[in-house]
Ligand binder design. Structure first.
Ligand code: ADP
Ligand code: CA
Length: 416
């Protein structure tokens, strides 16, 4: 069976991250791009044959009607999203159209961090102590062991995620997360806002990319994500494969497989975040049933292992056979990384200084700039977007680290 001229519905996508469009084009796929109507219409993009605005987060019923109408005009063969808040909608329309997608309850279990915790705990996975609060509620102070992490139940991009070391910090973090739930996150979470407290897992963090098929999980990559101590958790560098021994790698892979099984991710991609505590015990922090980072996870996998992650995902979205035979664990050939340029403060963004000539360096595969001059950047734990990503490829981990050390010194954000 061929993917030529098959029609893939993509729900929301950061237009500056080209991977999903480029890979679809390479497969001869035609994309119907459903974008949030609060955003401007997209420019011409590879493989996109029509773009349709949807009131995705304002009027779900109307959004579904528009997709059904689009399907009557030009039938849709598969549904895909790389955007966390659009997962539930994508699941809904895929089912209405009779197309492959994870069940809605599986998506919900991943989107809602309180449910994720409960499912993982009930299935015997390592779980930090956790408790969910309703608005106006504060925890019983006697029960608490610090440090804690306070976060929105249905958040994304680390918005609001805050470490608290004592009762004063805890109270102000809880108030802050409610404020973020009721403002920045409001449009994306319908009325599913809550606040979750978890014990802080103190140790290095890893990002794991997986692909499941018929219940078999292939671990495509395990990468280093630093060891942030907070109080806020702005995303930093991502380097794969991680610089760890085989034993730890296998333990992480096992824990991830068990987590995906518990959550019901028997098909498709997942992006997992996990920390190792001081006893070397792996704790899953978050599981997203999608290709991570709006396509960055595809880059990391492809550049480090040569496996075309999005090609697998797109074939699966069409219900087609997976084109290659996958092992339980993919082999890395190169080191690939994403240097996320930190916001370095807050203010009115002007530009990123130090980017000139970077594109010419052989290690640098892509440079993405996401902010326009005049953009207002709020301090963390507010999320105002990423200034930019630098995607690189190296012969080994040490070379990548050295390269990022230099980037950290040379790249500066200019604020008004
Ligand atoms: P989001 O969905 O907004 O990304 P996460 O739950 O993934 O929220 O939290 C963002 C980051 O905060 C994580 O990548 C991790 O670095 C840190 N973090 C979250 N929960 C914990 C925890 N229990 N212990 C240690 N760090 C945590
Ligand atoms: Ca996360």
């Amino acid at each position: 069976m061929s993917t030529q001229k098959k029609n893939l519905a993509i729900i929301c996508q950061n237009r500056k991250l080209p991977f999903v469009f480029d890979e679809a084009q390479a497969m001869g796929v035609e994309i119907t791009f459903f974008y949030n109507e609060n955003e401007p219409p997209p420019p011409v993009l590879p493989a996109v044959v029509r773009s349709i605005a949807l009131p995705l987060f304002d009027d779900e019923e109307e959004a579904i009607n528009k997709v059904m109408l689009a399907n009557r005009e030009h039938p849709i063969d598969g549904v895909l999203t790389l955007f966390e808040p659009a997962l539930d909608f994508a699941a809904k329309i895929a089912h209405q159209l009779g197309l492959p997608f994870l069940p809605e309850y599986v998506v919900e279990q991943c989107r809602n961090k309180n449910m994720t915790r409960r499912v993982l705990h009930d299935n015997g996975l390592n779980t930090p102590s956790y408790i969910e609060l309703k608005e106006g509620e504060y925890p019983n102070v006697e029960q608490i062991k610090f440090p804690l992490v306070v976060k929105p139940t249905n958040g994304f991009s680390s918005q609001g995620v805050t470490r608290a070391n004592n009762h004063d910090e805890l109270k102000s973090a809880i108030d802050k997360v409610w404020e973020i739930n009721n403002t920045q996150l409001k449009n994306f979470i319908y009325d599913k806002g809550g606040v979750l407290l978890e014990s802080f897992i103190d140790g290095p963090e890893f990002a794991i990319e997986t692909f499941s098929h018929c219940g078999e999980v292939t671990v495509l990559s395990i990468g280093d994500k630093g060891n942030s101590k907070g109080p806020y958790f702005e995303e930093g560098v991502y380097i794969a494969p991680a610089n760890i021994d085989e034993k730890l790698r296998d333990e992480i892979a096992d824990e991830v497989r068990r987590a995906l099984k518990a959550l019901g991710i028997s098909e498709g991609p997942a992006h997992v975040e996990l920390r190792i505590d001081h006893k070397q015990k792996p704790f899953v922090i978050e599981v997203a049933p999608r290709v991570g980072g709006s396509g960055i996870s595809h880059y990391i996998v492809k550049a480090s292992t040569d496996i075309n992650f999005l090609q697998l995902v797109i074939c699966q979205a069409f219900g087609m056979e997976i084109p290659i035979k996958l092992e339980l664990m993919a082999k890395s050939i190169f080191t690939a990384g994403n240097y996320i340029i930190p916001v370095q403060g807050s203010g009115i963004f002007i530009e990123i200084d130090g980017l000139a000539n970077l594109r010419e360096k052989p290690e640098v595969q892509y440079v993405f700039e996401f902010m326009d001059a005049g953009h207002k950047v709020l301090p963390y734990p507010h999320f105002s977007g990423y200034p930019g990503f630098i995607l690189t490829r190296h012969t080994d981990h040490a070379a990548c680290e050295a390269f990022y050390y230099d980037l950290q010194k040379s790249l500066k954000i200019k604020y008004l």
